[in-house]
Design a protein around this ligand. Sequence first.
Ligand code: NCD
Length: 325
Amino acid sequence: MMRHLISAADLTRDEAIRILDTAEEMARVADRPIKKLPALRGRTICNLFFEDSTRTRISFEAAEKRLSADVINFAAKGSSVSKGESLKDTAQTLEAMGVDAVVIRHGASGAPYRLATSGWIDAPVVNAGDGTHQHPTQALLDAFTMRRRLVGPDAGIGRDLAGRRITVVGDILHSRVARSNVDLLHTLGAEVTLVAPPTLVPVGVGAWPCEVAYDLDAVLPKSDAVMMLRVQRERMNAAFFPTEREYSRRYGLDADRMARMPDHAIVMHPGPMVRGMEITAEVADSDRCTVVEQVAAGVSVRMAVLYLLLGGNESDTAHPRTEEK
Ligand code: NCD
């Protein structure tokens, strides 16, 4: 098992499957009346959020508490110190307090990598989303949801997503969710197609392990899962499409479009959804939409990641504290 979780691209197929299988075990804890394991008792985990978050933050906190870790929440938003300095100062404070793991969300792409490799801190670092770069636990919870829905039986335990056709639609340019999903889904054997207006497709996408298409209606009948993304206005400094109406008409998912998907196909969304923009309320609330399942999967997957990184199983031969990636 790796020492940190910075990018979905760092995971081998076996590591990813190990996390997903461990998450299935963790999911069973959620069905018990007392949803707690003693695995990380006495360990301290700090959640360092330099950027807004609802789901991811609550999900990490729930995962840490279910593993009996002590949790410190640090909301660094609004700090006036320049980013590099504040990150270093904060890291040294955490190191002095002896935290055992750091979960970090940061607006700057590369901040978690810097924290993990700077020598400022010795603890494992988990990336909870950095700029437009990566959001590896999101990709893992998405893969967990797809495996349950599209692979089965037994939730696809031990298996990958070979041959499954996944379509990711929307603001690819600004989406760390899209990047992480392309990397992980490729590792797990799925075939990924990105659909977006040409202005929201990143330069260099040709080097990514996926296809790019511009006609959503043509791709839907060949999709096992369709993942809708929010248009990330907060990361935009220009007009990338004429009007919201025009965007929704071509790239939004409504009931008519959903009817083009195969019967078994699911609709996914990482949240937060902008109903009426990339997805209609009817689709968001339909049985085919897994958004709530994805949130539940997030807790199980984050429990698995923290458990494996912190060596919850002391007899584990691949003890994360002694093995470099
Ligand atoms: C996403 C994010 O923050 O990267 N949300 C999430 O973590 N569930 C996507 C988004 O903000 O649109």
